[in-house]
Design a protein around this ligand. Sequence first.
Ligand code: FES
Length: 112
Amino acid sequence: MPQVTVLPHPTLCPDGASFETRSGVFLCDALLRNGIPLEHACEKSCACSTCHVIVLNGFDTLSPATEDEEDQLDRAWGVTAKSRLSCQVVLRQSDLTIELPRYTLNLASEHD
Ligand code: FES
């Protein structure tokens, strides 16, 4: 089972987190199930960028982003070469370490 480590984020995960999860599930769902209230404004349909995460370790073990995902990532705040949309990332066997960006662009939300 892959281990997901989340670096501390001031509001979403102040102490950081680490949990084991099943492979084959979406990273966004795994985060939500483990108490990290990541925004997912388009209900995980690759139509926003609010579920943006930065995969610090394990990025190369993931299947590549689709063109649609890349297009959405172009709109994300603080995008890096290791950015992914967590609703499009299927967990494999490898462990991941992720960082949650400080801000998201969510026109439906007033906070951050
Ligand atoms: S929840 Fe909108 S792109 Fe992931």
